[in-house]
Design a protein around this ligand. Structure first.
Ligand SMILES: *[C@@H]1O[C@H](CO)[C@@H](O)[C@H](O)[C@H]1NC(C)=O
Ligand SMILES: *[C@@H]1O[C@H](CO)[C@@H](O)[C@H](O)[C@H]1NC(C)=O
Length: 155
């Protein structure tokens, strides 16, 4: 009896200690970024770029756009921002809701974003709740959707 009480007390303190040792990074108001396990595959659905063409999600994706965030400036490096966008997609909800993440510089901010009139070009991170295909993307205007990076996450 004494032994089992001790054991239980040990388990309780271990359970309580766990959350404080976790170091999941999150942006205020954004979905929690979770590392994508190596058992998942990330495939690029973007059309193969012809010369200087860049691509952005077209009208066919409107009904699948489940989350978006725009940044007026870099919060970290391009690579880190892209990684955060993908990991937030994976971490969204039960990890199966977000199927495709898309990141690019110079995306047109939609009207009404945080009450703004929109139309300005910013860095964007978009999540889609259906797997996008090459045909879901359209060519962007020159200078827009620069550095586009997209991935279908399958686990
Ligand atoms: C995808 O997201 C859109 C926008 O939030 C929503 O209207 C739609 O029902 C969602 N579809 C699925 C399959 O979850
Ligand atoms: C974004 O667009 C602006 C205005 O058209 C342009 O000056 C700038 O070079 C573009 N940024 C990139 C990374 O291409």
């Amino acid at each position: 009896m004494f032994f089992s009480t001790l054991l239980l007390a040990g388990l309780v303190s271990l359970t309580v200690a766990l959350p404080t040792s976790s170091s999941i990074e999150s942006r205020a108001g954004g979905p929690i970024a979770r590392p994508i396990p190596s058992t998942c595959t990330v495939t690029n659905p973007l059309p193969t770029a012809e010369s200087s063409m860049t691509y952005q999600p077209g009208p066919s994706t409107a009904g699948a756009l489940m989350y978006y965030a725009y940044y007026s400036s870099y919060t970290t490096s391009t690579t880190q921002m892209q990684q955060q966008c993908f990991e937030q997609c994976y971490g969204f909800g039960d990890s199966t809701q977000c199927k495709t993440a898309y990141w690019a510089q110079n995306l047109t901010v939609p009207a009404g974003y945080y009450g703004s009139p929109g139309g300005n070009l910013e860095i964007g991170c978009l999540f889609f709740n259906r797997t996008l295909t090459t045909g879901d993307f359209e060519a962007a205007l020159a200078g827009q959707a620069v550095g586009a990076y997209a991935g279908n996450i399958q686990c």
